[in-house]
Design a protein around this ligand. Structure first.
Ligand code: AMP
Ligand code: MN
Ligand code: MN
Length: 333
């Protein structure tokens, strides 16, 4: 895998962006603030340079409500409006081509393709791959790219980059040397970090509390999994999510994963539309001995047809709750 240690990738990305006369930016399906923040930051910069740019994601039809206040949302278009042919297609925060969903067909209509990402499981499906598995967020990779491109970061771009940074670091819990330096740089542009975090992470309707009470009631603890590492899991069934947004559904894993008796957490989320289809969120943590000995979930999720990072990964599965748990236990070994 190419990494950012290779500045050749950065140079190639800058060359491609400078050469492009039209650009499509594709975010991953079921978009989060990292993929959308990355896409909109690029769109703001390209638009300012007079380059026609389209940003899109294949599904769902609507942008999650918490992200509608991100600067640059005017550059978002429906999948049908994404041109078939373009100079440069950029995929942001997508570990594999499958994460583009139905927009995967636009890859072949692009003269060149650039993948910007931070997933360990990235398949490097672009002509140019700017993939830094050590980066906290794809927006961090975009910040490195803007520096190499000598594009200054203004408040609107900073807002988009901060959105990905604060969410993918779990509000600055999963950090590395340099994370706070980037946060400081973005905050120094004058953006309101507290407001961005509150909007993206800390605002739920009252119905969320009712949903949580039902969903957390399904939680099960399997302490013997993986020789005593332990698994905790819960189900978000279709009937539980009436009247709540994807933001509420995605919040559940952050509660379940805090269980002290389990090193691995899973939340099975039933599709609102397709029977027996579930998306699964996985999280792990190390033992706290500082040895980084947690289960590598990127591997587990990839074996189940998905992907992700070492400590956060996901996949899509079909079947009954018993089938789902059985398959996960088998993959965990
Ligand atoms: P989530 O639990 O949805 O927040 O996802 C955790 C991580 O796993 C994110 O980095 C996702 O990009 C990745 N991921 C989730 N679902 C999939 C999937 N079906 N295929 C590949 N990667 C996924
Ligand atoms: Mn993402
Ligand atoms: Mn990300």
């Amino acid at each position: 895998m190419t990494t950012m240690r290779d500045t050749a990738d950065l140079d190639a990305a800058v060359l491609a962006l400078n050469a492009a006369r039209s650009v499509t930016v594709v975010c991953h399906v079921q978009p989060d603030a990292d993929t959308v923040g990355s896409g909109l930051a690029l769109a703001l910069v390209l638009h300012r340079r007079g380059i026609p740019v389209w940003v899109s994601f294949a599904e769902p039809a609507e942008l999650p409500m918490s992200m509608t206040s991100l600067p640059g949302v005017r550059h978002l278009v429906a999948p049908a409006e994404v041109p078939a042919e373009v100079d440069l297609l950029v995929a942001v925060d997508c570990g594999s081509a499958g994460r583009l969903g139905a927009l995967v067909d636009r890859l072949s209509g692009a003269t060149t393709t650039l993948v910007i990402d931070h997933h360990r499981s990235n398949t490097c499906f672009g002509a140019i791959n700017l993939v830094d598995p050590g980066a906290e967020s794809t927006t961090s990779v975009i910040a490195q790219l803007l520096d190499a491109w000598r594009v200054p970061i203004d408040p609107d771009v900073a807002h988009c980059l901060y959105a990905g940074l604060v969410t993918d670091t779990g509000s600055f819990r999963w950090v590395r040397p340099g994370t706070h330096e980037l946060a400081e740089r973005l905050l120094a542009t004058g953006i309101d970090g507290a407001d961005i975090a509150r909007t993206l992470l800390d605002t739920h309707p009252f119905g969320w509390l009712m949903m949580l009470s039902r969903v957390l009631g399904t939680a099960q603890l399997a302490p013997d999994v993986r020789g005593g590492v332990g698994l905790v899991y819960a189900f978000v069934r279709r009937d539980d999510v009436d009247g709540v947004r994807s933001e509420e559904v995605e919040s559940v894993i952050d509660i379940v994963r805090t269980t002290a008796e389990a090193g691995i957490a899973a939340v099975f989320k039933e599709s609102r539309t397709v029977p027996d289809r579930w998306t699964v969120s996985l999280r792990s943590r190390d033992s706290g001995r500082g040895t980084g000995d947690g289960i590598d979930l990127a591997e587990v999720a990839t074996a189940l047809g998905g992907g992700g990072h070492r400590f956060a990964a996901g996949y899509t599965a079909y079947g009954t709750p018993d089938d789902l748990v059985g398959a996960l236990l088998a993959a965990l070994g």
